[in-house]
Design a protein. Sequence first.
Length: 349
Amino acid sequence: MERLRREVRDRLLAAFGEPLRHGQLRDLGLGDHDVQRLVRNGSLQRAHGKYLDGAMDPRLATIRGALAAHPRSVVSHQTAAELSGLRVWSDGSAHAPGPSGAVWLTCEPGADRRNKTRGDLVLRRATLPPADLLLVQGLPTTSIARTTVDLARRLPLAEAVVTVDHALAREFRREELELVLRRQRHWPGIRRAHRAIAFGDPRSESALESIARARFEEAGLPAPVLQAQFWDGQWWAEERVDYWWPQYRTVGEADGLAKFEAPTVKQRRRALRRAFERDQRLADRDLELVHFGWEDAVLRPGDLADRVKAAFARGARRTGPTPRWRTTDPNDPHHWPRPRTAPDLPATG
């Protein structure tokens, strides 16, 4: 950059707010050799045929370059979820809706607009009412409700519900999603989206918990109660369980390995000890307990379903006192369970 004439450098810096074509760089006074040198030293970066400030986050530059290359489009689908911080998961199988890492855009239909899918870009045509749009990081983007429904129309249940659950957990009301569903009532995949959104529950606290719920549904298992708490005789126990089948006295716990990660061996041992003590407290209530992780829910869902069914059979034979439990309204996050340190009146599920 220092090798440019001062007036050329000043014009370039002033123009950095927008992606630039090669011809625009030449109009600013840069020669081809200047452009090549600035790309090599990182002062410029190139994305979708456009040149952008080399100091910009590379992913953001890629998205901005795609938008500039396709005027009148907005960021949508997986890329909109990425910008908005919505949880998205894919098992990476052949049915994945687009190339990994591609920028997803949507544009209004028109004679000169066509759907495109290539390694770095997926462009879809669809109407874009103002209610479905917002600015995220200064970029035109589909709203969280529109993004969630767009993904739910395209993805299998186990993948779609990851995003649906997270959107609801961020206190986006189900009614907002249903408004988008009504606007898209004749669109491809709308039945799939209705199912995913009806199935969504904000009390699933991780992608693994969402995926496992979908696997249980697909296996024909009865729907579990989420985030149940048990009465210990004096007050509500602090721990909540991920899944609770009261009719079978069975608890399911989705255990990602992250909960046992810690910077020191001593801290990891402490986390393991807390987990063992928690399991013992649940066992003392005469319950069946099924632990599982990512590999079980994603790679071996049939085996996981068989394990849960076996636990149901054992739990149905238990004869101890029926535990008192409670859960909360999935549509009211202000009343989701919180750890209790004082007595409370018992309730029975």
